[in-house]
Ligand binder design. Structure first.
Ligand SMILES: NC(=O)c1ccc[n+]([C@@H]2O[C@H](COP(=O)([O-])OP(=O)(O)OC[C@H]3O[C@@H](n4cnc5c(N)ncnc54)[C@H](O)[C@@H]3O)[C@@H](O)[C@H]2O)c1
Length: 336
């Protein structure tokens, strides 16, 4: 078992840790436990989940799977159900699912009664290595993704890699590309292990989390340094918007976005061509992207109309070498 301590919460990473959730909760005093669960995960892990729920006399709310559940409508519906089931301020919420459930539950926890405690139990690789860490919670609006949200830390993150056994290949690769992002930004040994085909186990998950944790600790409110986690994400968000958040996973878009960022780095003399070519080749070999690759010039319209892009330029994350990211403001007109 690995335990990572952050200032605000512990992150437990251990195969089978979900089945001993009861003992993990012993340090908390609470009235009732409320699980908010991805309906697909509930079905796939029905026996394991219902056993735990019975042992803890918990109440549950199921949420349909998919990005469309990170909406104001679902937020409102889940809150109505929680109130109907008598939730009180000293109760505890548990998010059981991928990044969608984690972001939605976190936002509910941040806002209901001006804040109630919550625990993250991520079930996708992406949510284990990325979205459950760092305290960003959000829902989407028709105008854009993650436009309403809050920084709100969970009280604990409990990672049980055994959940990954049912994860479809497409979703697995989605999480893998965020794991590669962590390795490219900050961890050379993680990159070596991934290149060598090391299985995605507790140690790999821990290393990827360590990268995110270290970066977040230096800039918890995303005011500067934390932007480096956006490596590949400017274009990833544009790609996701173009595809209406369907048919392409977040991680697939991030892998394409990282290659685009490297190509733009070559254009702006920030990234050596050899580095760009080596990473593109690696991503193709690992099947994170496929030919024909997307062209960043086709997504400039989405970038220019992104509500989060600053008017006077775009803070862009370049990679000048392995584990050497840098943020520079660029003029969007220079991208065409
Ligand atoms: N808060 C953050 O810092 C942060 C960071 C990155 C991404 N995100 C957000 O996370 C979301 C993406 O997260 P995601 O990729 O986990 O998506 P997701 O939650 O939609 O899960 C992907 C799919 O996998 C299914 N699934 C979940 N666990 C499973 C399991 N164990 N077995 C089989 N199927 C399973 C889900 O039902 C869903 O169909 C996006 O909304 C993104 O904006 C947030």
């Amino acid at each position: 078992m690995a335990t990572i301590k952050t200032e605000a919460y512990d992150i437990i990473i251990e195969n089978g840790s979900f089945t001993r959730l009861k003992s993990e909760l012993e340090t908390f005093t609470y009235g009732t436990l409320f699980f908010i669960i991805d309906a697909k995960v509930y079905k796939l892990h029905y026996e394991k989940i219902t056993r735990i729920i019975q042992t803890l006399a918990a109440k549950i709310i199921l949420v349909p799977h998919g990005e469309q559940s990170k909406s104001f409508e679902t937020y409102r519906q889940v809150i109505a159900k929680l109130l109907d089931k008598g939730i009180k301020r000293d109760d505890l919420l548990i998010a059981l699912g991928g990044g969608v459930i984690g972001d939605l539950t976190g936002f509910i926890a941040a806002t209901l009664y001006r804040g109630i405690r919550f625990i993250q139990v991520p079930t996708t690789l992406l949510s284990m290595v990325d979205s459950s860490i760092g305290g960003k919670t959000a829902i989407n609006l028709p105008e854009g993704k993650n436009l309403i949200g809050a920084f709100y830390m969970p009280k604990k993150v409990l990672i049980d890699p055994l959940f990954l056994k049912t994860l479809p290949d497409k979703e697995y690769k989605s999480g893998l590309s965020e794991t590669y992002k962590a390795a490219l930004l900050q961890d050379a040994t993680l990159l070596q292990k991934l290149k060598a085909g090391h299985p995605i186990d507790e140690t790999i998950i821990k290393q990827a989390i360590d990268v995110k944790k270290t970066i977040v600790a230096q800039d918890p409110l995303d005011e500067g340094y934390r932007h480096i986690l956006n490596f590949g994400h400017t274009f990833a968000h544009a790609i996701e918007r173009r595809y209406n958040f369907k048919d392409i996973t977040h991680g697939e878009a991030v892998a394409e976005g990282m290659i685009m960022a490297l190509k733009i780095g070559v254009k702006f003399n920030q990234t050596p061509r050899g580095l760009m070519e080596a990473i593109e080749q690696l991503f193709l070999e690992k099947d994170l992207v496929a030919k024909p690759l997307l062209d960043y010039r086709d997504f400039l319209h989405e970038i220019k109309t992104d509500k989060k892009v600053v008017q006077d330029g775009l803070n862009f994350v370049f990679l000048s070498d392995y584990q050497k990211p840098l943020i520079k403001k660029i003029d969007l007109r220079d991208l065409s």
